[in-house]
Design a protein around this ligand. Sequence first.
Ligand SMILES: NC(=O)C1=CN([C@@H]2O[C@H](COP(=O)(O)OP(=O)(O)OC[C@H]3O[C@@H](n4cnc5c(N)ncnc54)[C@H](O)[C@@H]3O)[C@@H](O)[C@H]2O)C=CC1
Ligand SMILES: CC(C)CC(=O)C(=O)O
Ligand SMILES: [Mg+2]
Length: 363
Amino acid sequence: MKKNIAVIKGDGIGPEIVNEALKVLHVIEKKYNHTFQLTEVLAGGAAIDATGNCLPQESIDQLLASDSVLLGAVGGPKYDSQPPENRPEKALLRIRSTLGLFANMRPAKLYPQLREASPLKDELVDEGIDFVVVRELTGGIYFGKHETWTENGQETAQDIMKYSTAEIRRIAKVAFDTAMVRRKHVTCVDKANVLDTSKLWRRTVREMAKDYPEVTLDFMYVDNAAMQICRKPSQFDVILTENMFGDILSDEASMITGTIGTIPSSSLGETSRGMYEPIHGSAPDIAGQDIADPLGTILSVGMMLKYSFGLEQEAEDIDRAVNAVLNAGYRTPDMMSEGMKKVSCHQMGDLVATEIENNCKEM
Ligand SMILES: NC(=O)C1=CN([C@@H]2O[C@H](COP(=O)(O)OP(=O)(O)OC[C@H]3O[C@@H](n4cnc5c(N)ncnc54)[C@H](O)[C@@H]3O)[C@@H](O)[C@H]2O)C=CC1
Ligand SMILES: CC(C)CC(=O)C(=O)O
Ligand SMILES: [Mg+2]
């Protein structure tokens, strides 16, 4: 198979973790005789440094010409003084919107090997943590009007959260379809006791549930959901929610699985072209030290192979290799626990790549 992959290394730990993910991609390419044509694309802080613009037109053209996109992370304190329209995070939002990537899937699944890294009590971990946050990605407050002005001598600001039924329906369909191949349970998370957008979500999602009689649908307020994720994570199968709530809850959900560093994500729209990225940010506090956890990015490559290219066996190789490396006791500092072997970012990438090369046999 021949595919064009746009690669945005980004800022902070972005280049370090993407380099490890590319190591793994190259091994898959060689092992299965594929051709992955890589185009490095500038976006975010790196693009500001090079061109002054957080998302140059050339980058947009390269992304639109690709079959899929791999992203590390963007942003960092260096860019805090940029005007809002030229912040690195704005580039990310524009990419999601330009490519029409409205459906962000963020799994929260505990690797049994990482149970010591989870802050939850053993009995909660034993009940199982295996759910997915289906997050709406191109609407809501991140894309509404943002304004700051002076009123009665006070600096005043507002951000608008807006959703249409069409936007809610297309993401709800993704959640229901996902539930149908899982445990058939959707929890729609909102703030319908306060927000009109949430009330519209409830009406729309309840109506759509009629097409999925096998799926159990319930609703939960987001403040309660944040608490329930820690109290009893086993109750969740598919969490369906809007953009900002999904952003926040998926970071929380990652931590109960041990570390934010291992969680991958896919962002898809109407076509097979997706963007794949770990759910964390650019981690400026650990950038340049070769200690970042590259597994979220490596597993994001697995999601790309499976969901955009239909390469199930190749994706399975990556999953199996990550499992084998964790089984063998290797840990980056974020997931380190007693008795385990601490490795750097590049050593973790080497271990996973070597494991795939060796046909994912026992280590
Ligand atoms: N998709 C993206 O590109 C995202 C970008 N950001 C941006 O990233 C910058 C930093 O944001 P923060 O709020 O600090 O969130 P962050 O996710 O970058 O970091 C939060 C904490 O988690 C740790 N962490 C994150 N990823 C890790 C990894 N792979 N291995 C080990 N530890 C890891 C960091 O060291 C830090 O202590 C900001 O500019 C923010 O806007 C934030 C979230 C998503
Ligand atoms: C950086 C933001 C634009 C979004 C974010 O935090 C995320 O998608 O995880
Ligand atoms: Mg986030």
